[in-house]
Design a protein around this ligand. Structure first.
Ligand code: HEM
Length: 216
């Protein structure tokens, strides 16, 4: 499973060669421990939050040009654009915004205007997985936050449970992820019964794509 999560992290970082795991080492040395502490507390309160934060990062990264991990998913609608929150795959089901808001507030108090929301999402996803006993990985840091978001791009780029297998495969391929990556990532939280991922898994199972996955 770690290799698959690394695949997502690699895609996420692919076009950002300048990213570095030590990006905040001098500008905000407590950034990572602050995120981890807040995520761990949130997951202790509600174990489902782990999956919610992973999904939040996934839905952030999948929208817009690669990589789209720019925190655009967090932006509310403005007079200039309608954001991603009301897109079909997000509306009413994307969770964890409050945890990210809390972390951002903590980091603004510690190191004003330093840690990007995109990095908070990426680190929170990693720490969430680890908090429920999953693997951990190194997160390259230094992403910039988007100042805009697009409802229509979110509807186009994000996978839907109504999508055909070929549409799903094409959506993942556009992000550099294989069918094996897709099935394994989509099933990341399946063994955790506190997390509902049934629609995603049902979609994949119904189309038989799970046959492509060899759980090694
Ligand atoms: C293959 C395409 C995928 C589709 C069509 C899909 C669709 C969905 C749907 C419909 C839900 C239920 C939302 C609700 O609560 O109503 C869901 C939940 C979830 N998905 Fe996906 N998904 C896909 C891939 C992925 C991937 C790659 C990941 C991991 C990176 C992921 C992680 C999750 C998690 C953790 C949840 C539970 C979230 C929560 O409880 O807040 N999904 N997905």
């Amino acid at each position: 499973m770690l290799s698959l999560l690394l695949a997502l992290a690699t895609v996420v970082a692919a076009a950002r060669a300048q990213l570095s795991p030590t990006f905040y080492a001098s500008s905000c040395p407590a950034a990572l421990v602050t995120i981890k502490t807040a995520v761990t507390a949130a997951v202790l309160l509600d174990r489902r939050t782990a999956g919610s934060l992973l999904r939040l990062h996934f839905h952030d990264c999948f929208v817009q040009a690669s990589p789209g991990c720019d925190a655009s998913v967090l932006l509310d609608d403005t007079g200039k654009f309608t954001g991603e929150k009301s897109a079909g795959p997000n509306a009413g089901s994307l969770r964890g915004f409050g945890v990210i808001d809390t972390i951002k507030a903590l980091l603004e108090a510690l190191c004003p205007r330093t840690v990007s929301c995109a990095d908070i999402l990426a680190v929170a996803a990693r720490d969430s997985v680890a908090a429920v006993g999953g693997p951990s990985w190194t997160v390259p840091l230094g992403r910039r936050d988007s100042t805009t978001a697009s409802l229509s791009t979110a509807n186009t780029d994000l996978p839907s449970p109504a999508s055909s297998l070929s549409t799903l495969l094409a959506a993942f391929a556009r992000k550099g992820l294989s069918s094996t990556d897709m099935v394994a990532l989509s099933g990341t939280f399946l063994p955790d019964q506190s997390i509902t991922i049934s629609s995603a898994i049902t979609t994949v199972y119904e189309h038989g794509a799970v046959l492509a996955w060899s759980p090694t």
